[in-house]
Design a protein around this ligand. Structure first.
Ligand SMILES: [Zn+2]
Ligand SMILES: [Zn+2]
Length: 611
């Protein structure tokens, strides 16, 4: 009899011993009985016969995890503090089917001399940053790089923040590479998923494009990973394992010995500091952009309406950016200042007029809109922080002939809805799109000559060490969506004109200055790690936090920056506490947490959320 250590896929628990009379290869995907449920597991290693009775391995599948996948899973489990089963659960196994490659694909893409020298630079580096303005032709450079990788009989992973939000990129890739491209994302139907996997297994798929989960597809002969829009926060997973796909791609570069290209018009300071870059400015779009600033925060002001009106009179189109969904973010008592909060979360409820309700954007709890203040019974309730729905309502009232659409997660719920909304906009059936961050996600709106940007100061004032980077990047990304064909106006509501106007065309100067602010304190110069404790019983969460903090304080080479209640004290009826750690090296953080971890602790390495 042979004995094996098996990790159960998706299980937070560590490995278990099973037996089989067969010799099974390491990495094989098998079926086992786990607490009376038939589950998939992965053979991690051969082991000695244990002293306790073991269950048999029920069945061997025709799938296996490669040694590189096992190494990657091991890294993820250590660095991001999850079980191997959790880490392997991210990955799709290889098939025993033999992959066949032919390697010729010729595109008709012509590069300018600037683009050609940028490509040459990228080809020389292990990890490199393509720092190119919107419209400077980054995608053409990627595609020529893909072509040369494919001619070496190798394949490419092309990561995008949210592929379901960028159907246009899929179309561009398919136009050049036809059936050699597969698009992978969570909204594929089971049939589409099977077809895609079969193309990956057979070797027909040579360019695998998708969001962060595409990194974990079983791709033999991987030759290149491109991480487009590398600054985007959606590369970071918000639940366990809380990995950052950009950082995993860089790790995979070392593991597979392949080049990694990071691309952005507004690169993260972290990539800018760590990797060599090539700069592409302006590009082949020669239209002019005029920036106008209005001292306001979020307000459909006479100036906003006037600028919209002028644009519509010229038969041109506009986008209006508002950071918040719903009508208003908060409902507040005008007499006592009491804010209506969710029953289950310590967060203000957002006002959704269409459904005549207050909704919590954290736990989705919904309640009727109260008529009087719960604290002082005053009927004088006021709203603050304008949202997309209210902005749309205000504009429609003043410009009744304009055709306006809302463009956010409340309205664009499927990729079909997205495709149609973009189609209507590009066919001039819509005049104005009012939306959130979704507006900036790489869509190509060719007719837009006005971008109105509201609420930037609210982003700038967030208590997040990256607030300046995020607000400025948003301004550049959104204004980059306008003026692709004609001269354009960008109207920005902000009290920080000096900051935004100075740096919007000098992002590298901003990054240089930001270096000084971050040194000694923040990433990329220091490693941060947030440890969360959440429980229905607040005293228990707090007690566990205190216990771990006491032990952490005795550990070498790490600093406890702070501890206590989270900024959002309660979510979905669980009380939340946190510890924030800082260190020069992640290894010191990992060692300290390993030695002191309590059951309730959830570790967020390299956190980007501090709520
Ligand atoms: Zn009140
Ligand atoms: Zn809630």
């Amino acid at each position: 009899m042979h004995y094996y250590l098996i990790s159960i896929l998706g299980s937070p628990l560590e490995s278990f011993t099973y037996h089989s009379k067969n010799i099974i290869i390491i990495g094989k995907k098998v079926q086992v009985d786990f607490k009376n449920r038939i589950l998939f597991g992965v053979v991690l290693s051969i082991c000695e016969e244990p002293k306790f009775a073991t269950n048999p391995i029920l069945e061997e599948t025709e799938f296996y995890y490669s040694s590189s996948q096992l190494k990657l899973a091991k890294f993820i489990s250590i660095y991001y503090f999850c079980s191997l089963g959790d880490a392997l659960g991210l990955m799709v196994a290889h098939s025993l089917e033999k992959t066949v490659f032919d390697g010729t694909l010729i595109t008709d893409i012509k590069l300018t001399s600037k683009q050609t020298s940028a490509l040459e630079f990228l080809k020389k580096e292990k990890v490199s940053l393509l720092f190119g303005d919107t419209g400077s032709g980054k995608t053409e450079i990627y595609m020529r790089y893909f072509e040369s990788i494919i001619s070496q009989k190798k394949r490419v992973i092309f990561l995008m923040p949210e592929i379901s939000l960028t159907p246009q990129m899929g179309i561009r890739l398919e136009k050049q590479f036809g059936e050699s491209v597969v698009i992978w994302h969570s909204k594929l139907t089971p049939l589409q998923k099977r077809k895609t996997m079969s193309n990956i297994y057979s070797g027909k798929a040579k360019i695998i494009a998708g969001p962060r989960s595409a990194l974990f597809l079983p791709i033999d002969n991987l030759g290149l990973i491109v991480v487009d829009e590398e600054h985007d926060d959606s590369y970071k997973a918000s639940s366990r394992p809380r990995y950052n796909a950009r950082d995993i791609a860089i790790y995979m570069g070392k593991l597979y010995d392949i080049p990694i290209v990071l691309g952005s018009a507004t690169p993260s300071l972290s990539s800018f500091v760590k990797f060599p870059h090539t700069r592409l400015k302006g590009g082949y779009i020669s239209s002019k952009k005029t920036f106008i600033y209005e001292k306001s925060t979020e307000n459909i002001s006479p100036m906003v309406l006037q600028t919209l009106q002028t644009t519509l009179e010229k038969n041109e189109q506009a986008i209006v950016f508002v950071p918040t969904r719903a009508n208003f973010k908060y409902l507040i008592c005008g007499d006592c200042g009491h804010r209506v909060e969710c029953v289950f979360c310590s967060i203000g409820m957002s006002l959704h007029q269409k459904s005549r309700a207050l909704k919590c954007h954290y736990c989705n709890y919904t309640q009727a809109i109260p008529q009087v203040c719960a604290k002082c019974t005053s009927p004088n309730l006021t709203t603050t922080r304008l949202g997309t729905a209210e902005a749309l309502k205000n504009i429609s009232q003043e410009l009744p002939n304009a055709k306006i659409e809302q463009f956010d997660r409340d309205t664009i719920t499927t990729s079909a809805k997205l495709k149609k909304a973009l189609q209507r906009f590009n066919n001039n059936e819509t005049d104005i799109l009012v939306g959130t961050q979704m507006l900036s996600k790489g869509h190509d709106y060719h007719g837009v000559t006005l971008a109105v940007i509201l609420g930037l100061d609210n982003m700038l004032n967030l208590s997040d060490y990256r607030a300046r980077e995020k607000a400025l990047a948003s301004l550049i990304q959104i204004s980059g969506r306008s003026g692709r064909a004609k001269d354009a106006v960008v109207l920005v509501q902000s009290f920080n004109e000096d900051f935004f106007n100075h740096y919007r065309e000098r992002y590298e100067d901003f990054l240089e200055e930001e270096k000084l602010f971050r040194q000694e304190l923040y990433p990329p110069y220091k490693k941060l790690c947030r440890i969360l404790f959440s429980h229905k019983n607040g005293a228990k969460a707090q007690e566990q936090m205190r216990e771990m903090e006491t032990n952490l304080l005795a550990m070498p080479n790490i600093e406890v920056v702070g501890s206590g209640k989270c900024a959002i004290e309660r979510v979905a009826n669980k009380y939340r506490f946190e510890i924030l750690l800082r260190s020069d090296k992640s290894t010191d953080i990992i060692r300290a947490i390993k030695a002191t971890k309590v059951p309730l602790a959830e570790v967020d390495m390299d956190p980007i959320e501090f709520g």
